[in-house]
Write a protein that binds this ligand. Structure first.
Ligand SMILES: [Zn+2]
Length: 347
């Protein structure tokens, strides 16, 4: 099937979450923040494949597209716009990456450098340079190494999953179970999943998963920005004030020690609205953070920007919907063929 240029463009913008955001943003001044985790091929992922938003080739295409259509800004520029929304003059886009995976350095950085673009990388400082795998990858590891056809879970409720050809969906479901309110005893859950899959539960693997501090220094030298993603990557809202304070300070201290930077920006772990609270905001304010990014989707409009709850768009490479894109663009009074899309031909 032949895919038209316009279809490809629509697919890219929709996949980047921009179409959805523009539907809500009838104004021409806004800050869009894209949230990526990993660059690479989903099909060969050894752990949680859903974190791969794009291959290196697709990411390169996305960066070029964004540079063509929007004002791509650095974290420092975005911070100024967030703190002084009246300075928003265009549709600005900030690229951001969470979690500090090794591919951020190995695959995303070369693409960004090649196009003269920058992004902010939010690092959970306890992950950097380690061979550990976070809980979502641990679940994927158990499911993908299992040779069983059916797994029966007892905790937190009785659940049955059929694995053949269905592993990725089972991983999504188990991640949902782990995040649910019912999850009061994680140790019991891990023992149960290990037992059900017949696979030993492991928190570290042979191969390093996260970038090293040397690689992080290389990124800074290459013009990339660094923010905190806390130290432990535990949900802030579940912690006491003292613990939240420590997460803010410890990640800041380590980044300063390793990179010589005073970070003033954080991305909340997981980042949906229930993952941070007023105490989180107070702790950030008291420890010198000027901005914090959520995982709540939407465009940041001048009259609605909140420095400690900056909205981000989840990049979803699966989504295709030209109609929504056209609607969003026309709703803004733009003519896609002329003003925004340059030489893109119809059909
Ligand atoms: Zn994260």
């Amino acid at each position: 099937m032949v895919v038209s240029k316009r279809d490809r463009l629509a697919r890219l913008l929709t996949g980047l979450g921009i179409t959805r955001a523009l539907e809500f943003a009838s104004k021409k001044q806004c800050l869009l923040v894209l949230a990526y985790h990993r660059i690479g091929d989903r099909a060969t992922a050894k752990y949680d494949s859903a974190l791969y938003e794009a291959t290196a080739e697709a990411f390169s295409e996305q960066v070029q597209l964004l540079q063509r259509l929007y004002h791509v800004v650095s974290l420092a520029e975005a911070t100024e716009l967030i703190l002084h929304p009246s300075r928003l003059r265009h549709r600005h886009v900030l690229l951001s990456f969470d979690d500090g995976y090794r591919d951020n350095h190995d695959l995303a950085l070369p693409v960004l450098k090649a196009h003269g673009a920058s992004a902010v990388f939010f690092l959970p400082t306890s992950f950097i340079g380690t061979n550990r795998i976070p809980w979502w990858d641990q679940l994927a590891d158990l499911v993908l190494r299992s040779t069983r056809e059916v797994i029966h879970l007892q905790y937190p409720e009785r659940l049955t999953f059929y694995l053949p050809g269905n592993q990725r969906r089972v991983i999504r479901s188990l991640i949902g179970v782990y995040k649910s309110e019912a999850m009061e005893d994680p140790a019991r859950f891990w023992a149960d999943v290990a037992n059900a899959t017949g696979v030993e539960h492991r928190e570290t693997v042979e191969e390093r998963q996260f970038m090293t501090w040397d690689e992080a220094r290389h990124m800074v030298k290459s013009g990339m920005d660094i923010g905190s993603h806390t130290h432990s990557h535990e949900l802030l809202a579940k912690q006491t004030r003292e613990q939240q304070m420590w997460e803010c300070l410890e990640s800041k201290r380590i980044i300063h020690q390793e990179l010589g930077l005073q970070v003033d920006s954080m991305a909340y772990p997981v980042g949906v609205a229930s993952c941070f609270n007023q105490v989180s905001v107070e702790c950030l304010q008291q420890t010198g953070y000027r901005t914090a990014f959520s995982y709540v989707g939407g465009a940041n409009l001048p009259e609605k920007i909140r420095p400690y709850s900056v909205q981000r768009l989840a990049v979803d490479h699966m989504h295709v919907d030209q109609f929504r894109l056209r609607k969003a663009i026309f709703a803004m009074g733009l003519q896609p063929e002329k003003s925004q899309f340059g030489g893109v031909s119809a059909g």
